[in-house]
Design a binder for this molecule. Sequence first.
Ligand code: SF4
Ligand code: F3S
Length: 349
Amino acid sequence: MLTKRGYGLNRRDFIRLAGGTVAALGFSGALTPKLARAIEKAAAGRPKVVWLHFASDTGCTESFIKSDHPSAGELVLDILSVDYHESIMAAAGKQADEVLAKAVAGKDYICVVEGGIPTVPGHGMINGREMLDIAKEVCGNAKAVVAIGSCAVDGGVPAAKPNPSRILGVGEAIGKPVVNLPCCPVNPEWLVGTVVYVLTMGKLPELDKKGRPLMFYGRKIHDNCPRRTHFDGGRFVEAFGSKEEAQGYCLYKMGCKGPEAWSECPKTRWNSKESWCIEIGSPCLGCSENQWTDNFAPFYGKLADVALPFGDLTADKIGVGIAVATGAAIVGHAVVKASRGKSADDSKK
Ligand code: SF4
Ligand code: F3S
């Protein structure tokens, strides 16, 4: 395959890719040479990928083309054979249909699905065909199906109430188990990590009950959040533009859904690990969870049923409480010290 650097990836490229993947997946660095060999071997066969688009804003493709461990270019040109992708391929119209028919003929491909699937007849059509029929046929014959982004996982934003097109996630629409990679958009490293895992390990990663790989969705954001010490200390932002916001306090009272959201956003981060939602000052909207647009509305409304460390008190009252408690502790300590001193003095008698 002709690339910018010449023909394909060289040995050093594979070591670099493996190093990035090892870091992204949180594996030990000692695995790098082994993983490099495995990626090289997998790339020699260039597994086929067919990428389908349904009801979405193409944000996950935008996210994917920003991937850098490896880059989308390396993935598309050197490691995988992405035989069909409506947004990045040159073919269009009838020619695109022919490309798809040829790509799926051998039933030897992984199908990546972006977007939810309208199930009301006539509400989601591509070139005269129902999206649902295309999904059933192409996903039905795939070796594995990976649903990327919230829309493909459970309908996402397009399926928000009242959902007149009855948009479903791909797994539910086609009635087949799929690997679910939610979030809006999907983090490109989770997609790349899942594909590389399958290629190198020859099996799917361990999944949770919602079909999400545990290596990317195994921990709550709240348990991994750099603002957690402020939550535990009762220090909250109560208004945007406040000094508490400038001090980076906890965003729970501004509607943060981190206590209910499971994903590795704080660790994987976005844009070449530059930042992520909470770091740039936005409450987490919980987009890693099913029906997040309905279940977590209003986005800036406080989650119910989260036990606050000091009850639902303001930071000022907590401050007073701590001062009182501290004062009591100092007095108590002084009493104990005095009585110990007295005992010690007594013992000298
Ligand atoms: Fe972080 Fe949100 Fe939890 Fe606060 S509520 S510690 S901002 S995840
Ligand atoms: Fe979504 Fe929250 Fe991560 S909004 S992208 S789950 S920080």
